[in-house]
Ligand binder design. Structure first.
Ligand SMILES: Nc1ncnc2c1ncn2[C@@H]1O[C@H](COP(=O)(O)OP(=O)(O)OP(=O)(O)O)[C@@H](O)[C@H]1O
Length: 243
């Protein structure tokens, strides 16, 4: 559904993405992981057209996204830090998004709105919200328009354990509808129940892209965190052998 071909991105002299090529398909739940600053958010923003790469192409359903915007309607995006007009209430923000998208009310996905209890908070101003409630609004908006692709950047950061589980349930439900879901997270235990694929970014390029099943088989680990620890330990060993 999304093909990334030879994307490179530099900010000033700093090379953030280095010739990244990836193929992501519907029904996959992709865990995009890697250390701080390895380029995960920049890669996501390149897919969304929020960052223009110096070279390379992003294809959405086989068509180059170029400088067009229409394809974005097919992608629900939950940013790492949601930025909203601080004086607007939750209700006004939701209405504004509905007005912009102009879709019939009955086609909206209200699941997260209901389970997060946002109805009772509609009058609260965005500027007064706790970090977790702001995340809930972002999550609600990402899923609201039934997108074919969901890109979730650190979705559980700041959410309490109950809200985290509710969001994970929702992600699983969407996965079963053959959506493509891309999630970045440093909380690898959150990804264990969700991910089908793992992309590990390191210094601006994918160190590997494989199914979670294969990764577990190859490492003999039963959890993603353990599997990653084993891969990293092998990497260090190889460096020492080569040096
Ligand atoms: N607009 C920008 N201008 C300059 N440098 C940037 C910009 N955006 C990102 N960077 C730099 O690019 C590098 C990669 O950032 P990015 O946010 O993609 O990393 P990340 O893997 O998502 O990290 P984290 O796990 O901390 O969220 C960082 O060194 C960051 O400082």
């Amino acid at each position: 559904m999304i093909t990334i071909q030879h994307i490179s991105k530099r900010f000033g002299n700093f090379q953030v993405l280095r010739d990244v090529s990836l193929n992501l398909r519907g029904g996959q739940c992709v865990a995009l992981i890697g250390p701080n600053g390895s380029g995960k958010t920049t890669l996501i923003k390149a897919i969304l057209g929020m960052v223009m790469p110096q070279s390379g192409t992003v294809l959405f359903k086989g068509e180059s996204v170029g400088r067009q915007w229409e394809y974005r309607r097919g992608i629900g995006y939950m940013p790492q830090i949601g930025r909203y007009p601080e004086n607007m209430t939750i209700g006004q923000v939701l209405d504004m998004m509905k007005d912009i998208r102009k879709v019939p009310e009955e086609t909206l996905d209200r699941d997260l709105f209901e389970v997060f209890g946002l109805q009772a908070m509609l009058q609260k101003r965005m500027g007064t919200l706790s970090g977790g409630t702001r995340q809930k609004v972002s999550a609600c908006l990402a899923f609201m328009f039934n997108p074919e692709v969901l890109i979730l950047d650190e979705p559980t950061a700041g959410l309490d354990p109950v809200a985290t589980e509710l969001l994970k349930d929702k992600i699983l439900a969407e996965k079963s509808k053959n959506r493509l879901i891309v999630i970045t997270s440093h909380v690898l235990s959150d990804l264990d129940d969700l991910a089908t694929e793992v992309i590990y970014m390191h210094e601006g390029r994918p160190l590997f892209h494989k199914s979670l099943e294969t990764l577990k088989e190859e490492t003999g680990a039963d959890r993603l965190a353990k599997a990653i620890a084993k891969v990293m330990a092998n990497q260090e060993m190889m460096k020492e052998v080569i040096a």
